[in-house]
Design a protein around this ligand. Structure first.
Ligand code: SF4
Length: 222
């Protein structure tokens, strides 16, 4: 199987942007544009709480690890897991420095409530796939914790989700290598997009430069 070099790794969390809108992902991750809005700031705050402090905590039969860095050579991505629970289980894998066997259970924190789309689910699946590759384990299930409803939603890592994650990362690498920002059509998603103001003029919603100059000349000579 093909393996990526570490310097070519993409940000794992970019899969949420990519699944939301390929153009949004390219603007953020290729053109490095970032328009902060309330959504992103709130999201970052919630993440900070989950990542901070960086430590592992032990409770009965569970070791809880926060802010765990993960990567995958085969998908060429790296990122951070908000929380990974290592639950003592006969069916688990052994962990360096710990006696016994453990099942691995990733949990990702999200602002707001469950979405209509799969974007959060894809990100969590990607994290699970990285953990599987790093720890030579099989992970069947994880959870998304939503700040607004303060509840965990279970996610089963199906073959369909895994295939989608692999296909998305492969396409992201292709686009990244070409440094190409895809053009997409205006959709309802644009209303909730934090990059709307940067994206739309480029998509041609604003008057073109030619039209602008023509107007300016007409005004001057009028
Ligand atoms: S404004 Fe619309 S097209 Fe542009 S990046 Fe956002 S979602 Fe994508």
């Amino acid at each position: 199987m093909m393996e990526y070099r570490e310097e070519d790794y993409l940000m794992l969390s970019g899969i949420q942007h990519f699944a939301f809108c390929r153009r949004q992902w390219a603007l953020i991750h290729i053109e490095q544009q970032w328009a902060e809005n309330v959504h992103t700031v709130e999201g970052e705050l919630l993440h900070k709480n989950a990542h901070d402090p960086y430590y592992s905590e032990k409770r009965n039969d569970v070791i809880i690890s926060r802010g765990l860095p993960v990567h995958s050579r085969t998908m060429g991505v790296s990122g951070v897991c908000d929380i990974v629970e290592f639950r003592r289980s006969e069916e688990g894998v052994s962990l360096h420095g710990h006696r016994g066997l453990f099942q691995i259970y990733p949990v990702e924190y999200k602002r707001g409530k469950p979405k209509d789309t799969d974007i959060d689910i894809l990100q969590l699946t990607a994290q699970a796939m990285c953990l599987e590759e790093m720890l030579a384990a099989r992970i069947e299930e994880g959870a998304l914790f939503y700040g607004e409803i303060k509840r965990r939603e279970k996610v089963l890592f199906t073959e369909e989700l895994r295939a989608q994650v692999r296909a998305d990362f492969a396409e992201m690498h292709q686009i990244y290598d070409r440094k190409y920002t895809p053009k997409v059509r205006w959709s309802k998603a644009c209303n909730a997009c934090s990059l709307r103001d940067i994206c739309l003029p480029k998509l041609g919603k604003a008057p073109s430069v030619k039209a602008y100059i023509k107007n300016a000349i007409e005004e001057e000579s009028g």
